[in-house]
Design a protein around this ligand. Structure first.
Ligand SMILES: NC(=O)c1ccc[n+]([C@@H]2O[C@H](COP(=O)([O-])OP(=O)(O)OC[C@H]3O[C@@H](n4cnc5c(N)ncnc54)[C@H](OP(=O)(O)O)[C@@H]3O)[C@@H](O)[C@H]2O)c1
Length: 293
């Protein structure tokens, strides 16, 4: 079984790329559906040993062929799809996996997805796909990655002005995950279908409060970075961000996973501090440099 390939969607992107790399590292054969085989990310995947199949979510026959003989499928959908499109593609990929006799199906949902629908179309695509997958006759694992550490080091959060704004109150905590750890968790999940098949699992690598964010950003930057929560007016004016703040206050993002369990599954998982001073430093430093200039 371990010699059969795992078909990875989105392998030229963040999550799929992380999964493809971690599976290769675990000596699992990887096949990837990519839109452009000549793109630099695709060429890098091929050079690393990934078998490329050219196609999009609309190419049902291509996906069917790509799933032939596959042990597993990792499904992740881009964040820019309309809700209807996301649901359609998520369900079609899962149904094709069943038809193809895939043994283990892993779907990456989102930590904001709760078990109930919100009634707001754009937040309900992932729970709808999850519900469909749970009813399929396959060992499926649904992962819900917590907030990507990469999301914290982006322009527009105040770093350019030497300060930082985000969702947390100083004593409120949230959980984060480095994208590179998503692949490591998923590789561990594919390695143990008996343990993880049929499970829905939030995945995270660290917990930080607003005050800790300030301390870590300051320490890694080597100069003071004052932290403040987004203002209420700002959250009201930006409903998607307001939804996330509400989710951190009392919704699915307020539920924290047990980090000891996470470490047992992925012993290499990164804390925010280690990520920021390691692989996250380049992006951080680039914004800080703009602030200095
Ligand atoms: N928890 C968090 O903090 C957080 C943050 C951001 C996103 N997310 C979630 O992460 C998911 C997106 O994953 P990601 O960040 O890994 O995505 P990503 O980096 O944007 O990559 C998207 C991937 O999908 C591929 N793709 C796009 N349209 C396609 C199509 N029509 N057919 C086939 N492939 C297509 C892209 O290929 P090309 O290279 O050809 O474009 C790329 O490989 C979304 O569900 C989003 O909600 C979560």
């Amino acid at each position: 079984m371990e010699k059969l390939p795992i078909l990875v969607f989105g392998a030229t992107g963040r999550q799929g790329g992380s999964v493809a790399r971690a599976l290769l590292k675990a000596h699992r054969p990887v096949r990837a559906l990519v839109r452009d085989t000549a793109a630099a990310e695709s060429v890098a995947l091929r050079d690393a040993g990934v078998e490329l199949v050219q196609g999009t979510f609309d190419d049902i026959e291509t996906i069917r062929a790509a799933m032939k003989g596959a042990y597993g499928v990792f499904s992740v959908l881009p964040g820019n799809l309309a809700q209807g499109e996301e649901v359609r593609a998520g369900i079609a990929i899962a149904d094709l996996a069943i038809e193809s006799g895939v043994v283990h199906f892993v779907y990456s949902s989102g930590a904001s997805a709760g078990d109930k629908l919100t009634g707001v179309a754009r937040f309900d695509a992932k729970p709808r796909i999850e519900a469909h997958i749970r009813n399929l006759p396959v060992a499926a694992t649904i992962v819900r990655p917590m907030i990507f550490m990469e999301m914290l080091v982006r322009p527009g959060l105040g770093l350019e002005e030497g300060r930082y704004t985000f969702f947390l109150r100083p004593d409120q905590s949230m959980q984060l995950i480095a994208v590179e750890d998503i692949g490591k968790f998923v590789a561990a999940i594919f390695a143990d279908r008996t343990r993880f098949g049929g499970k829905t699992l939030k995945i995270a690598g660290d917990t930080v409060t607003g005050s800790e964010l300030e301390a870590i950003l300051t320490q890694v930057a080597g100069r003071p970075i004052a932290y403040a929560r987004f203002s209420e007016e700002f959250l009201v004016a930006n409903p998607d961000l307001g939804h996330m703040a509400a989710s951190l206050d009392a919704g699915p993002l307020a539920d924290h996973v047990d980090l000891d369990l996470m470490r047992e599954i992925n012993p290499e998982m990164l804390s925010f501090r280690s990520w920021l001073s390691g692989s996250g430093y380049r992006a951080f430093e680039e914004i800080l440099r703009r602030a200095a200039g």
